[in-house]
Every structure is written in structure tokens, then in C-alpha cells.
Ligand binder design. Structure first.
Ligand code: ADP
Ligand code: MG
Length: 253
């Protein structure tokens, strides 16, 4: 079966007196898309950034691919892909130059054409980052997480603010990346997205994990309590209308 690639045990994070993460434990399996869901302030980004070695934890144990975060954070950095803050994309450079620059930082040879092809930006190779649409920017930023050929990538709300077409396209890209063998951890506010994309989800609230399972099991459990959704009176919704009318293709290119 799938092996555990991330193990988090009793992770805590305090900011001063405030306890943002209150002792959470979970495992992520190799090759899955794992969703961290929860309202604003739940502690999702804090948790991700600790695992990414970008933030110190207060206590707890984090192990990635058998590497202990406490003893070898540099080794962890080499096997993960992290979305860079968009402010890190030098505005004067084009996409090819940016990827080469990051490849240099990672000390990795990188096939720029192949990478841009994967995220469907090959025809933008000579465009500057600031000239891209929102969806294109997100796809480029995901491309940069793949430069060091990581085992695990972390995506913190990658689809927030995107239009329906761009969101769907990003889902396909994320599934592609996973199908090539990369483990994906993603946070999102969109439950339809989590249901479509994630093999398992952890629901966080106020620094705690309050549920963790496959979307299907979580839904079945709720239904088993007698919960019933108000009857659906129409077999489509407004998003269906929008996609039906405007199609699934991009408009941005
Ligand atoms: P989420 O990503 O789920 O919205 P965050 O991890 O960003 O949640 O934040 C969790 C809580 O910790 C929030 O209440 C937030 O205000 C607080 N917090 C986050 N970063 C800091 C910080 N650097 N200093 C103090 N409080 C912080
Ligand atoms: Mg966040």
C-alpha cells in the first residue's frame, strides 16, 4: 500500500499567547492529493509553512520522507516544492529567464520548454510575469514548485480569485502532477474543489483537526446522522449554466 510520506504528530504553534495550532496529528500518503480545509484563521497556512521549513514550530514532530524536520531541514528543502510569493518574480524577466534563474538557485538543470508545456504556457515563454492573466500566473507559480523535481508540493489556496474556467484547468494540472507521482498538499476554501480533487481531506477549525477522511466517507457519515440537504429542485446550478454557455476553454490566451 501507499507509504506515509508526511507524518505530523501533536504539532503546536503559538504566536505569543495565542495558540494558532493546538496539537494536530495527521499523515499524508505518498502519491495522494491531501486537502487542508477550514475557515480563515484555522491555522492551515501556519501548518503548511512549518512543514515547509519556513516557520518554526512551538512543539511536535514532523517527518517528511523519513527525514526529521528538527535534525535536517535542509534535506527536506531539497525534496519539496513551495509556491513562491509572487513578489519574488522579478518583473523585468520573462518566464524562460525566471525559470532559468530559479533553476540556478536550486542548482538544477531544468528543461524550460517541457516545464512550460506542462503548465500550458509554452507560448508565453517570452512574456513577462506581470503580463499574465490570473490563471496563467497561478500556473506559472505551480511550474516553479516543480523546478527541483520535488517529491511533495505545497499549494496554499492556488485557485482563490480565479474564474471557473481557470479553476477547472488548474484542477487538471494538479491531477496531472499527482499522476506523475508527486504528492500534493493543498488548502482551499472551495468545497466543490476539495471534493473533485482531494483523495483525503483534513478539516481544521481554530487550530484543531476536527475531521479527516476521504470526501466520500465524510459525506456518508453526515448522511448517516440523518442529515438531508434541502431537496434539489433543479438538476443544474448557475455555475453549470456559466460553463455550458462559455465553455471550458480559456479566454485568457
Ligand atoms: P489560515 O491559513 O487557516 O487562514 P493562518 O495559519 O494564516 O490560518 O493563521 C492562524 C491564526 O494565527 C490566525 O488567527 C492568524 O491571525 C494567526 N497568525 C498567523 N500568523 C501570525 C503571526 N505571524 N503572528 C501572529 N499571529 C499570526
Ligand atoms: Mg492561509
Amino acid at each position: 500500500m501507499h507509504k506515509i510520506i508526511i507524518s505530523v504528530k501533536d504539532l503546536k504553534k503559538n504566536y505569543g499567547n495565542f495558540s494558532a495550532v493546538k496539537g494536530i496529528s495527521f499523515d499524508v500518503l505518498e502519491g495522494e492529493i491531501f486537502g487542508l480545509l477550514g475557515p480563515n484563521g484555522a491555522g492551515k497556512s501556519t501548518t503548511l509553512e512549518i512543514i515547509e521549513t519556513l516557520r518554526d514550530k512551538t512543539s511536535g514532530k514532523v517527518i517528511l520522507d523519513n527525514i526529521d524536520l528538527d535534525s535536517d531541514p535542509d534535506k527536506i528543502k531539497k525534496i519539496i516544492g513551495v509556491q513562491l510569493q509572487t513578489s519574488g518574480f522579478y518583473p523585468g524577466l520573462n518566464l524562460t529567464e525566471l525559470i532559468k534563474l530559479f533553476g540556478g538557485l536550486y542548482n538544477q538543470p531544468v528543461n524550460v520548454g517541457e516545464l512550460l508545456e506542462l503548465v500550458n504556457l509554452k507560448d508565453k515563454a517570452k512574456s513577462k510575469y506581470k503580463e499574465l492573466s490570473g490563471g496563467q500566473k497561478q500556473r506559472f507559480s505551480i511550474a516553479t514548485t516543480l523546478i527541483n523535481q520535488p517529491k511533495i508540493i505545497f499549494l496554499d489556496e492556488p485557485t482563490t480569485g480565479l474564474d471557473p474556467q481557470a479553476r477547472r484547468n488548474l484542477w487538471d494540472l494538479i491531477k496531472d502532477i499527482r499522476n506523475k507521482g508527486t504528492t500534493v498538499i493543498i488548502t482551499t476554501h472551495y468545497m466543490d474543489e476539495a471534493e473533485q480533487l482531494c483523495d483525503r481531506v483534513a478539516i481544521m477549525d481554530e487550530g484543531k483537526i476536527i475531521a479527516l477522511d476521504t470526501p466520500d466517507k465524510l459525506i456518508d457519515e453526515l448522511v448517516a446522522t440523518g442529515f438531508e440537504r434541502p431537496k434539489v429542485t433543479k438538476s443544474a446550478n448557475l455555475e453549470d449554466v456559466f460553463i455550458h454557455l462559455t465553455g471550458k476553454d480559456f479566454r485568457e490566451d
